[in-house]
Design a protein around this ligand. Structure first.
Ligand SMILES: C[S@@+](CC[C@H](N)C(=O)[O-])C[C@H]1O[C@@H](n2cnc3c(N)ncnc32)[C@H](O)[C@@H]1O
Length: 232
């Protein structure tokens, strides 16, 4: 029997712009004028906050058919679940002094991101599109940059390699530039045993990939991002 801790559901998380900048090696000045898709957006405030820096943003997530009041309740429950997960799994995090793994500060930032998300979701619903990988409801090359955090590779215990190939190809279809993915291992910090083969398969399909360090330092093993492009 496998006695590893397991997340029963895919969490619908609320993360602020500052986290996204660190996941994806971006500066606020990189955002201006760029058409960016947050895929999946969850209850994160990237789409709301990045517009303040001139980005043209859209978020997509299967949960966006819900009313804002339902989303508010769910968002708070999901932050509570994340809090429990963090407190019950301290080994996943960097030791004190090695990074920024201050759980109380992270949870506080998530509540603030949720509030920003909810306000924008209610006032500017055109930026939030219901949809799911591997079939996104956007025409080809609709975006300059696609950011994908905490779904691809994170939940490799329930999405298989074939899903990952289809999902990555779909994100590239709707993108004229780069797809960036973070993190590259599961929520338990485990890299899928097919990870290198997947990159080789993508290369055979004409998809270039690079892995680089990112400044985000909270969870052990979550220190790199993957950038993919077709060179179109
Ligand atoms: C952990 S959250 C990540 C949200 C955000 N990117 C972040 O880093 O906070 C994972 C999200 O994936 C969404 N999701 C689940 N299945 C999906 C699918 N097949 N395609 C796209 N999004 C999906 C969930 O609804 C959830 O909001």
């Amino acid at each position: 029997m496998n006695d590893e801790p397991r997340l029963d559901e895919i969490l619908v998380t609320s993360r602020p712009l500052a986290n996204y900048l660190d996941f994806f090696n971006l500066r606020p000045s990189d955002l201006a004028g760029s058409r960016i898709l947050d895929c999946p957006g969850g209850a994160s405030s990237f789409t709301a906050e990045a517009r303040r820096y001139g980005a043209i943003t859209t978020a997509v997530d299967p949960t966006y058919n819900q009313a804002v009041t339902t989303f508010a309740t769910m968002g708070r429950e999901q932050i509570a679940l994340s809090n429990d997960w963090f407190r019950n799994n301290p080994d996943l995090f960097l030791e004190a002094g090695q990074g920024d793994a201050n759980i109380s500060a992270i949870i506080e930032a998530r509540y603030a991101a949720l509030d920003t998300f909810l306000l924008d979701f209610e006032r500017e619903p055109q930026h939030y599109v219901a949809g799911a990988l591997p079939n996104l409801p956007f025409p080809d090359a609709s975006f300059d940059l696609v950011l994908s955090s905490h779904l691809i590779f994170t939940y490799a215990d329930r999405f298989d390699r074939a899903f990952h190939v289809l999902a990555i190809e779909e994100m590239l279809r709707v993108c004229s530039g780069e797809v960036r993915i973070y993190p590259l291992s599961s929520y338990l910090g485990v890299t899928a045993d097919w990870f290198d083969d997947l990159l080789a398969e993508l290369r055979d399909r004409g998809i270039n990939s690079t892995i680089e360090d990112v400044p985000f330092r909270v969870t052990k093993n979550w220190t790199t991002q993957l950038t993919l492009s077709t060179g179109r």
